[in-house]
Design a protein around this ligand. Sequence first.
Ligand code: GAR
Length: 190
Amino acid sequence: MIGVLVSGNGSNLQALIDAGLPISGVAANRKDAFALQRAREAGIPVAVFGLDCHASREERDRMMATWLEEHGVEIVVLAGYMHLVTRPFLVRFPNRVVNVHPSLLPAFPGLHAIEQAIDAGVAETGVTVHLVDEGLDTGPVLRQEAVVVAPVETLEERIHAVEHRLLPEVVRSLINETATFATTTSKEIS
Ligand code: GAR
């Protein structure tokens, strides 16, 4: 089962839903995230973990991890989740937290990556899906795809189209790998 963390529109969440991936919970850091509506419409349990309701970021992340575990989550996908995740969260899902980012990382991490690429005058940018560590859009790259910048008027739309194809593909292969690993391990034990 996968859990998805969101902060905003949730078009990447929608792509995961439309791909038929097994999503058992969606958590947001903002109660006004439109992504929550998409999840509710798909009948997926939702929860909001705003920073204002917790003593610290780490405490919030521990509670969020517990909620996801209670929903059977094994793989966590950050789909436009705009907070860093802290160590207490990452240790609960080792090598199983994935992020999608609209640039060819390590170029243009952080906010407004598409605008950063346009402002830098590069000919090519793209999409990265990577495993998450404690840094800002850092961690081992799982998949990247380049997108030419021109014409800039349609760049955002073309980047999103790539994200919506790449993210479900990568998540599906991670689910398959996790299932293969679980089957192999239980055979070895028995
Ligand atoms: C996406 O473009 C995603 O790659 C980006 O936020 C957007 C969310 O859109 N994420 C980052 O910039 C992470 N650093 P969505 O809410 O419609 O999926």
